[in-house]
Design a protein around this ligand. Structure first.
Ligand SMILES: Cc1cc2nc3c(=O)[nH]c(=O)nc-3n(C[C@H](O)[C@H](O)[C@H](O)COP(=O)(O)O)c2cc1C
Length: 382
């Protein structure tokens, strides 16, 4: 990795775009100026609507960054979001990501659509791992995957609920999903590793690359969350919540945590930024369950803003894959180190002693001049 030119997460994105075949990069990660990636753009721009109100003379230079997530201690409040087919970016794929997560003292979320089996990844991991489940029509298949995750030592089940009808046709329509004769999911992937979690299952109708989408339950409802709650004794995390109403229902239906997420802009185009959806979700659940958030986190200040709004931790997707492409396990670690160092600086310069204690007094809405109030102008993000 050409170290000195990789000073920001955006630098990783730019170099990754030059490294991967362009059609592959554009369909997987999107470009900020593309019409079909309006939600991605919203995610990135959402952070600019909030500005920091730093305190000084607090005696803090290096804030404590450790937090607990579902009673697991992590060294920094930045976790790894699930992403499919990681061998596209490095031969070691998800195993490299799992090792990097362990090295950095954080948690990796393993996708249903991984190129290494969930057991292989758990065996490579040196820290806690969560299993992300796409919910299949075939309930027995869901049970099998959950049982395998439990047996392999996963610490939580993350069910993704925001892509039930598939992703935008516009996105796929605009991009040629094959380039140089290769499907974008097959690029650099050992053929035996495509949909690796399913290849050894002796079961009719198990998902393949071609049938994956049609195997997913397209009419997910709260009774499915109830079913999951009954089916696993592991903590249950619902990924893809964007409103107070749904967050409150997650509490009612027994979820242990939610991830505020719009799938990194890969699901509904025209959705608001995750960071803008976060406060109402936090307010809706109070201290009943934990709230995490993903979508567009590229800087230490982005992370600090989410924590100040009430998220316990954030997850990162694209930055991890850019690091993986450019440097394998070391690249992923470098990306996480960069975010950690930026968070240390941002917290230190804001007078934060411990990230667990930040609150909304650290924030103001950009463009809002408050003369009368001594504290943060209210309401935030109205
Ligand atoms: C290439 C790619 C693959 C993804 N695959 C999955 C997946 O298999 N399961 C899932 O729940 N989310 C998936 N996501 C969404 C991420 O978990 C996460 O919500 C999103 O990437 C966060 O935004 P960020 O990339 O801006 O950090 C994927 C995202 C990307 C970019």
């Amino acid at each position: 990795m050409p170290g000195e030119s990789l000073l920001t997460i955006e630098d990783y994105g730019r170099l990754c775009r030059q490294t991967l075949p362009r059609p592959l990069f554009d369909v997987i990660f999107g470009t900020e100026d593309a019409a079909e990636f309006e939600t991605l753009r919203n995610n990135l721009e959402g952070f600019k609507k909030l500005v920091l109100r730093p305190r000084v003379l607090t005696g803090s230079a290096r804030p404590a960054l450790a937090v607990s997530v579902l009673e697991e201690q992590v060294a920094l409040p930045v976790l790894i979001a699930p992403s499919g087919s990681n061998q596209r970016f490095d031969p070691e794929g998800e195993r490299a990501v799992a090792r990097a997560a362990g090295q950095m003292g954080t948690i990796m979320t393993v996708s249903t659509a991984s190129n290494y089996s969930l057991e292989e990844i758990a065996a490579a991991a040196t820290g806690p791992v969560w299993f992300q489940l796409y919910f299949f029509k075939d309930r027995e298949l869901n049970s099998i995957l959950i049982h395998r995750a439990e047996t392999a030592g996963y610490k939580a089940i993350v069910v993704t609920v925001d892509v039930v009808t598939g992703s935008s046709k516009e996105r796929h329509g605009r991009h040629d999903l094959t380039f140089a004769g290769i499907h974008y999911q097959r690029y650099n992937v050992d053929p035996s590793r495509i949909m690796r979690n399913f290849v050894d299952l002796q079961r009719p109708g198990v998902p393949t690359l071609e049938t994956f989408q049609s195997c997913l339950e397209s009419v997910l409802g709260w009774s499915d969350i109830d079913w999951l709650r009954r089916t696993t004794s592991l903590p249950l995390i619902v990924k893809g919540i964007q409103t107070a109403e749904d967050a409150a229902l997650c509490v009612e239906h027994g979820a242990d945590a939610v991830i505020v997420s719009n799938h990194g802009g890969h699901a509904l185009n025209g959705a608001r930024a995750s960071i803008e959806a976060l406060p109402e979700v936090v307010d809706a659940v109070g201290d009943k369950i934990e709230v995490y958030v993903d979508g567009g986190f590229r800087k230490g200040t982005d992370v600090l803003k989410a924590l100040a709004l009430g998220a316990r931790a954030v997850l990162v997707g694209r930055p991890v894959l850019w690091g993986l492409t450019l440097g394998g396990q070391n690249g992923v670690q470098a990306v996480l180190e960069l975010l950690r160092n930026e968070l240390l600086v941002a917290g230190g310069q804001s007078g934060v002693m411990d990230v667990r204690t930040v609150d909304r007094n650290l924030l103001a809405t950009a463009g809002h001049f408050a003369f009368a109030q001594a504290h943060a102008p209210e309401p935030l993000l109205a």
